[in-house]
Design a protein around this ligand. Structure first.
Ligand code: NA7
Length: 541
C-alpha cells in the first residue's frame, strides 16, 4: 500500500538512545532516518571530552543489556570508565550492528510540525530538507545543551575559552599556562585534578561547594568481571526493577536508628568503598533532614581532614543544601588537589564574578589574569535539547509554550497535543535519577512495543489524554515533595538557568516502580493514551 509519508520514523540523536532505537526500529521493520548534530555517534560521550571525564555509574552496569553476546564480549578496562572507553563502546555497538549507515551526521533537526491532515510530522533540518514521518522521536539526551552564564564582558576576554561539554577533539596543551575553571559540579570536580597537573597555575572559581565521594576507581579485575558476567542476565533483571536501575547496596535502616559510633563506622566503610553507594548508607538520607545532616557532616569532616589549608577547606565545605539533593559528585583526588602549590580557590558565593576583561576575570575589583578560561558551568538540562527543535503540535501549539510553567508529560514519554512524538527519558521519567542506559532501554522497548501494537491494530496516531497527563505531572511533584530534593538550587529543579520554571523534573519514584506503572498501563489497554485508526484501516472497513 502507498504510504502517505516519506519514512515511518525520524529519530533525533545518535547517542545511546538513538543507537538502540535504530537497532530496534530496523529489526521491527520500520523505515527510519536518524539525524545527529555531531560528527559521529556517542551523544554525551561524543561532546564531553574534557580531561578527566568519566561515568559515575560502574561500567558493567552503565552499558546495554539487550544483547547477551555483546555484554559478554565487551571488556571494560576500569570499574568506572573514562570517556574515551565509553565512546569506543558506543562506536563498537554502532559498528557491530551496522548502524552508522542509517545515521546522518552533522545535521540538525530545526523544526517539526504535526500536520493534522497528514496525521504525521513535517520535519525540517538545517540543510533545508523537509521530511514527512509518521513518528517523531527525540533521543536528544538530558544533559546535552551547554550553558555559559551571561557574565558581563564575555566577548572582551581575548584568551582561549572552553566549555567542558563542548570540548575540542584535539588534545589541548595547557602546559605553562595560567588557567581558570569556573564551576564545581561533576565536570569541574572531574577535570580540576587532571588540569592541575597540566597547567602552570590553576584557579578555581566556586559559587557553591559540592559534596564529592572518592570513586575508588580501579582497573577491572578478571575476578570482578567474571562475578558479573557469570550471572549477567539475572543481574540485569534485578537492575530493571531496582530503585535506580543499578545494583547498589542499600542499608535499609534509618540513620538515626543506630548510635553515633555505628553511623561513623558505616560512613567510613562506605567512603572507603567509594562511589554513589555512600548515599545508600541509610534508607532515609534523602527524606529526613536530620538523617541527611549526619552524612553531610561526615563528608565535611573528610574535606577538613584532606585539605591542609583551613580556610580553603572551609570554603570547600558544602552547607547550603542537603547532601544528594544536587547530583552527588564522584571524584579522583579532587579535594587533595587543593593541597598543590599551583592551585588556588576563589570563593564567589558572596561576591560573584563582576565581569570578564581582555586579560581575565574580575572579582571583588581584583583582576585574575588567565591564558585560558574553562567553563564547567553545566547545561540547560532535560528540556534544553528538546526546545532546541521548534516543535509544534496540534493547532500549531508550540511545545515550549505548553511547557512554559514546566514540562508536562505523561510518563515522561509523550505530551498531550503532540501526537506520535516520543521523548526517550523525557522529563517526568526516572531519566537522570537512574542508570541512564537501563532507562533508555526501557523507554525504547516501550516505544517499539507501542508501535508494533498499533501496527497490528491498524492504528496510526497515539496521544496521551490530558487528564492522565495532568495526574502524572501532579504525581511527579508529589513524589519529589516527599524528599529533600526541592531544597537545592539544582539543575534537577531548573534552578541553574535564569528564568527557567522551578520544579523537580525527573521522576523520583524509582526505576522499578516506574517500570511496573508502565507495564500496568500497557496491560490495561494503554490506559491514559488515546489512539486513532489509520486512513488505510478506515478504508478497509
Ligand atoms: P553542573 O552540575 O550544573 O555544575 C555547574 C557548575 O557551574 C556549578 O558549580 C555552578 O554553580 C557553576 N556555575 C554555573 N553558573 C555560574 C556562574 N554564573 N558563576 C559561577 N559559577 C557558575 O554541571 P556539570 O557539567 O558539572 O555536571 C552536569 C551533570 O553531568 C552532572 O550532574 C552529571 O550528571 C553529569 P552553582 O552550583 O549553580 O552555584
Amino acid at each position: 500500500m502507498m504510504k502517505n509519508v516519506d519514512v515511518d520514523v525520524v529519530v533525533v540523536g545518535a547517542g545511546f538512545s538513538g543507537l538502540y532505537l535504530l537497532y530496534r526500529l530496523r529489526e521491527a521493520g520500520f523505515s527510519t532516518r536518524v539525524f545527529e548534530r555531531g560528527g559521529d555517534v556517542g551523544g554525551t560521550w561524543y561532546w564531553n571530552r574534557y580531561p578527566g571525564a568519566r561515568c559515575d555509574v560502574e561500567s558493567l552496569q552503565y552499558s546495554y543489556s539487550f544483547d547477551e553476546q555483546l555484554q559478554q564480549d565487551w571488556h571494560w578496562p576500569e570499574k568506572f570508565s573514562a570517556q574515551p572507553d565509553i565512546l569506543a563502546y558506543a562506536n563498537h555497538v554502532a559498528d557491530r550492528f551496522n548502524l552508522k549507515k542509517d545515521i546522518e551526521f552533522n545535521i540538525e533537526v530545526k523544526a517539526s510540525r504535526f500536520d493534522e491532515n497528514l496525521k504525521a510530522w513535517k520535519i525540517t533540518t538545517n540543510t533545508g530538507e523537509e521530511i514527512d514521518a509518521q513518528y517523531f522521536i527525540m533521543a536528544t539526551g538530558c544533559i546535552s545543551t551547554t550553558q555559559i552564564p551571561n557574565i558581563k564582558g564575555l566577548s572582551d576576554y581575548v584568551g582561549n575559552t572552553f566549555h567542558t561539554g563542548d570540548w575540542p577533539h584535539e588534545e589541548v596543551d595547557f602546559s605553562g599556562q595560567s588557567i581558570a575553571v569556573i564551576g564545581t559540579g561533576s565536570s569541574g570536580i572531574q577535570s580540576i585534578p587532571v588540569l592541575a597537573k597540566q597547567a602552570k597555575k590553576l584557579t578555581v572559581f566556586q559559587r557553591t561547594p559540592n559534596y564529592s565521594i572518592p570513586s575508588q576507581n580501579e582497573p577491572m579485575t578478571k575476578k570482578y568481571e567474571r562475578s558479573w558476567k557469570d550471572v549477567y542476565s539475572e543481574r540485569r533483571k534485578e537492575m530493571r526493577y531496582s530503585a535506580h536501575g543499578s545494583l547498589k547496596d542499600l542499608n535499609d535502616v534509618p540513620a538515626l536508628s543506630v548510635d553515633e559510633d555505628q553511623r561513623q563506622e558505616l560512613y567510613t566503610k562506605r567512603w572507603a568503598i567509594g562511589g554513589t553507594g555512600f548515599l545508600g548508607s541509610f534508607n532515609d538520607l534523602l527524606t529526613n533532614a536530620d538523617a541527611n545532616y549526619t552524612a553531610a557532616e561526615y563528608v565535611r569532616q573528610q574535606i577538613k581532614r584532606v585539605v591542609k589549608d583551613k580556610e580553603t577547606a572551609e570554603i570547600l565545605c558544602p552547607r547550603s543544601y542537603p547532601i544528594g539533593t544536587k547530583r552527588i559528585c564522584i571524584d579522583t583526588g579532587y579535594f587533595e588537589t587543593y593541597n598543590r602549590e599551583n592551585v588556588k580557590l576563589v570563593d564567589i558565593s558572596k561576591k560573584p564574578i563582576q565581569r570578564l576583561v581582555a586579560d581575565g576575570i574580575i572579582v571583588d575589583d581584583q583582576l585574575y589574569a588567565f591564558d585560558s578560561i574553562i567553563f564547567a558551568t553545566g547545561f540547560d538540562a532535560m528540556t534544553g535539547s528538546i526546545f532546541n527543535v521548534d516543535i509544534k503540535g496540534r493547532g500549531g501549539l508550540a511545545l515550549k509554550e505548553k511547557w512554559n510553567a514546566g514540562p508536562k508529560t505523561y510518563l515522561g514519554l509523550m505530551s498531550a497535543s503532540f501526537p506520535n512524538l516520543f521523548m526517550i527519558t523525557g522529563p517526568g521519567s526516572p531519566s537522570v535519577k537512574s542508570n541512564m542506559i537501563m532507562s533508555i532501554e526501557q523507554h525504547v522497548d516501550l516505544v517499539i512495543e507501542t508501535l508494533l501494537s498499533m501496527r497490528r491494530k491498524g492504528l496510526s496516531v497515539v496521544e496521551p489524554e490530558l487528564e492522565a497527563e495532568n495526574k502524572w505531572v501532579d504525581h511527579v511533584q508529589e513524589v519529589a515533595n516527599k524528599t529533600l530534593f526541592p531544597q537545592a538550587n539544582s539543575w534537577y529543579m531548573g534552578a541553574n538557568i535564569p528564568g527557567k520554571p522551578r520544579l523537580f523534573m525527573p521522576y523520583i519514584g524509582g526505576v522499578g516502580a516506574y517500570r511496573e506503572i508502565c507495564e500496568e498501563i500497557v496491560a490495561n489497554n494503554y490506559r491514559g493514551f488515546k489512539f486513532e485508526k489509520s486512513k488505510q484501516a478506515i478504508a478497509a472497513e
